[in-house]
Design a protein around this ligand. Sequence first.
Ligand code: FAD
Length: 440
Amino acid sequence: MSDPDEVAVVGAGLAGCLLACFLARRGLPVALYERRPDPRTGTAERGRSINLALSERGLDALRRVGLDRQVMAEALPMRGRVIHPVKGEPDFQPYSHDGARAINSISRGALNNALLDAAAALPGVRIAFGHRLTELDPKTGEMTFDTEGGPVRACAAVVIGADGAGSAVRAQLLAHGGLTESLDVLDYGYKELTIPPLDGEFALAPDALHIWPRGTSMMIALPNPDRSFTCTLFWPTSGTGSFASLGDPAAIEGHFAAHYPDLGPLAPTLVEDYRRNPVGTLGTVRCRPWQVNGTAGLIGDAAHAIVPFYGQGANCAFEDVVELDRCLAETGGDWTAALPLLEARRADNTEAIARMALANFVEMRDKVASPMFQLGKKAEHLLERALPGRYVSRYELVSFSTVPYAEVARRVRRQHRMLGAGALALAVSAAAFVLLRRNR
Ligand code: FAD
């Protein structure tokens, strides 16, 4: 059963569900197609990250559909990073100069379910689970889905692919010659481990994101409402110190004892987790254009997946949805104008966060442990206090504001130039002063 006037949203993940909410609030009939069964009645898919960091951009979108309070009720605020060196005590580094601002660790499953409930409750939204899109004709809006009962055909006036990094909608648009794409797969993968509660309490400080920076690799841990932590290893996929190089239990135990000595006593299922949990791939997806004929388009990871090192992928996908809603409002609901407008406004911003996310990997796995970096962060917080509103760190602008990502990149470059000029002026004055005194 399908209504040719419907908007079909393929993928009931984070972006797809939020988009269904926004479209239904505009009075549009929406069909949300999801390949998985209803996650509210089953268990989470293994291998997808369990929790994620939600920050201001994501919260801004949730506020607009009245879901922020519900989602934040279960959130665990993380006010900074705790760095775990191989030897020595962990070190806390606040995210903001006053230590007050926090990013929020939330359950991906709970967020998705809250969005699904919200979408399902709106008039005009129907959700078809167990529907995996396999074919799409962008000219006619005809779709074919694989279902348990065999192939199902459907049709829609507009089709939006919110089906994630490996988007089938994008593949179909590519197959019909509608776009070009590039996939930069990182030679790093990720694997999750668990730190269970210790005597019923959090085993580590719950108000921080924990990082074990190890130069060419790292592990992070985020707290969960059940007082456990989910750790994510970001390791090379091949070569020394890679996932491929570590298989038997003794080698796994030995490696963690040498490189993550404080983890072993806190993670009793470390070896089982390591051997059982899959290695996920990481990469950057770029494609152009994001839409074909103004009737088939892409949003979120389907259009521009990024590496997770700034904790911004979902936040950015939510921003896309807000912007698409704005474009529809400004174009009087004309999709053929709104979809190109969305791309024109978002493409530079998504490219900017893609680059910042890659750069942040180097910072997290390598630089955060260095005394020079820590000194730099302290100096940055001093500047933020001394020049309120005039000097704002990149982290602050990305995580605690909705300043467009491309503008963040430009502003940070300007600030660095200003600081460089300031430092030069200071050096020239000091040299002139020395010369004057010598010539007296
Ligand atoms: P997805 O969440 O991938 O949803 C796509 C949906 O489409 C899924 O439900 C899928 O089942 C469905 N689907 C796929 N193919 C089909 C098909 N053919 N037919 C029908 N349905 C289909 N972001 C943050 O903001 N903060 C973080 O801390 C963070 N941490 C991360 C950690 C890791 C390890 C990873 C890998 C990512 C992280 N991200 C984070 C990024 C974030 O997960 C993504 O950016 C976000 O999930 C994108 O949302 P989406 O709705 O576009 O895609």
